[in-house]
Design a protein around this ligand. Sequence first.
Ligand SMILES: Cc1ncc(COP(=O)(O)O)c(C=O)c1O
Length: 370
Amino acid sequence: MSEKQSINFLRGVPAEEALSRLIPMASEGYEKVIRRYGTDVLQYGHFSGFKPLRDLIGSLHHVNPERVIVGNGGLEVISLFFKSLPRESNIIVEEASYDRVVLDAKVYGHHLIGVKLTPEGVDLNEFREVANKKAVAAFYGIPFHQNPTGINYTEENRKDVERICREHSIPCVWDICYQALRYDGKTNGSIEVSEWGPILTSSFTKTISPGTKCGYMIVPNHYVGHLSGIIANTRINPNLPTQAFIADFIESGRYDDFVKYLCKLYRPRMEALNAALHSQFPGAFPVAISGGFFAPLTLENISSDKEASFIESAKQGGVGVAAAWDALAPNCKEEKRKKGLFIRLTFPAYEPDKIEWGILKLKEIAERLA
Ligand SMILES: Cc1ncc(COP(=O)(O)O)c(C=O)c1O
């Protein structure tokens, strides 16, 4: 294999060929909806999102569309939710979570309390202990193909978490943005939403495109007014042409077809990553992933003092990686650091042979520095 190869395992971007395939559909779709809705999508308005898209999402999740807030991406609606909580709230998160969410929560002065993850989901004993001891304003978790660990919660674990949250009146927020992106031929079950919750948040970034930037949140009825007030004072309306395009994309059936295409495209890439990690780093990668965008890797031989040289050597060798410390809850960082360098690897944008080459390269560098 040529030394000129390179791969960037850092940023979880969709495959270029998937975005290229979207070009004619997006061009047609945007034109169609601007002609159809005219000034309704060009003017101010629809603070909680474009009504036809809220209706569609409401019917998809079997909830009153009044409870659906559609915004400019998953991160935006999560951030608005964090903004809506009293400052310096306690929030339970998984020990490792979506790094931007971890960083954003801190902007509002919130205290994040990480609980351990197991291959089944959250460690329930730890979760219960925190819920019993502290006044907690919310739990945020990623139950499908978790970012960054790739863990897919069992339904039982998810329901137990919901039950504990409910018993302690803790709003349970599930970020389901990877739910549809399962590549092992199976389908993830859906999460039932009742009046109390759970709160669901999702995004079309990975299932359509990051550039179109659209995500949503489903909150209990009683929370809609408070959250809407925060939204109105933060960004007035979201991007309406995008939301109209997405509504049309879903309604036409092309969204479902596109997601199926993505799952087919990403399957061999995921399998290549699983196989390469399994053979090059046995034990360092305990759970094979079944979908999503990420897999974790802990390099036991790379202690803190070797971290910078490992990352630099990888870069010189054509492999982009970074430490994933920003993804860790503050109370879990020290413990995790003792176990070696923790990195997050992404794969959907790369062909299987490139992924295999990149993992082999990481293995060679890790051995050289050990
Ligand atoms: C768990 C999770 N939630 C939300 C997002 C962000 O979505 P958006 O681009 O719609 O803000 C991501 C993107 O990587 C993610 O991994």
